[in-house]
Design a protein around this ligand. Structure first.
Ligand SMILES: C[S@@+](CC[C@H](N)C(=O)[O-])C[C@H]1O[C@@H](n2cnc3c(N)ncnc32)[C@H](O)[C@@H]1O
Length: 308
């Protein structure tokens, strides 16, 4: 596993270079679960395209590869937002320099295109198409380790939590990274300053699609009600400025940046990407050491370690 937060920042900036603010958050998210060990049988619930987990586990991509390969960026417009990453080109082939040593038994997601991308990374033994609004296709007391950073994307949070409880082995552990409404507080603050049109461009439908954002005390209540013991809670990001950066960031023009990047020769791509990543690395590195200002009650994103 990668050791220092600075190395993580560099790796995640390389991967998410056109959305550097995402690279910064991913570095913190990865550091936040550094002590998590995948004991078999293990599950990465809503694993998506697998790139975050691949990088977290210490895998390395070639500089020629990034998160923005195989998208439908050219079909995006701010009037009819689509998930531009929900796309899979049959020629998609991430160039891998080194594979992580760890493997996870199961990965699930409700988007087949993302599972197809994840299958190229070979970090999950089995990839299963599954909507978290339905019961999990696993037996009782099965998993020793479960990780998810996506349980809040459901209509019915009680169902997924009771399913996670049902399928957890009595000696198992679940690591859930969850959002609270404070994660998108920047948008609420900007509501007062910006026009509706400008806010819609910044929001890009996020406030509508994050269905089950709960405050810290609500998460504690939900986990307890579902039968879990809370073993540990950790803040994921040190302070508010990082979230303000992320809430604005390059998201509004990401679809255009992707198309520009796609149009570059591979030499020019490498040259621009290197300068780009170096600049954002210098800009963001000091933020890795910002003092922690959040109390759990006001935290935008938390890691909960749960047991049965
Ligand atoms: C923020 S992404 C995280 C993906 C991945 N875990 C990662 O860290 O890159 C959220 C993921 O949740 C998945 N998702 C959203 N709603 C879902 C649902 N109802 N059932 C299963 N997966 C869902 C999305 O397809 C997406 O892959």
């Amino acid at each position: 596993m990668i050791s220092s937060l600075e190395d993580k920042l560099m790796k995640f900036l390389n991967l998410y270079w056109l959305r550097p603010e995402n690279g910064l958050l991913m570095a913190f998210k990865s550091e936040n679960i550094e002590t998590m060990k995948f004991e078999s049988p293990s599950l990465d619930l809503s694993c998506g395209d697998g790139m975050f987990m691949f990088t977290h586990l210490g895998g390395t991509f070639s500089d020629q590869f990034d998160y923005f390969k195989s998208t439908s960026a050219d079909k995006f417009s701010h009037d009819s937002t689509i998930d531009i990453y929900d796309s899979f080109d049959p020629d998609y082939s991430p160039e891998i320099i080194s594979h992580p040593k760890v493997k996870i038994d199961y990965g699930t997601d409700w988007k087949q295109n993302l599972l197809d991308k994840a299958s190229k990374l070979n970090i999950h033994d089995k990839l299963i198409l599954h909507d978290n609004n339905d019961k999990l296709p696993f037996s009782d007391n099965f998993f020793k380790t479960v990780y998810s950073n996506s349980v809040y994307w459901v209509d019915n949070i009680d169902l997924i939590l009771s399913e996670l409880h049902r399928t957890l082995h009595p000696d198992g552990q679940i690591f859930l990274q969850i959002m609270t409404p404070y994660h998108i507080e920047t948008l609420d603050k900007l509501d007062k300053l910006f026009s509706k049109e400008a806010i819609d461009i910044l929001d890009r439908n996020r406030r509508k699609s994050y269905m089950s954002l709960k405050k810290y005390e609500e998460w504690v209540e939900l986990f307890t009600k579902s039968g879990f013991k809370i073993k540990e809670i950790r803040n994921s990001y040190p302070n508010e400025f990082i979230l303000d950066l992320w809430n604005v960031g390059l998201r509004p023009i990401a679809h255009l940046l992707i198309q520009m990047s796609d149009a570059l020769s591979s030499e020019k791509y490498l040259e621009i990407k290197k300068h780009w990543v170096d600049i954002f690395y210098k800009l963001f590195k000091p933020l890795l050491y910002s003092p922690e200002t959040y109390k759990f009650e006001k935290s935008p994103y938390l890691l909960f370690v749960l047991e049965k």
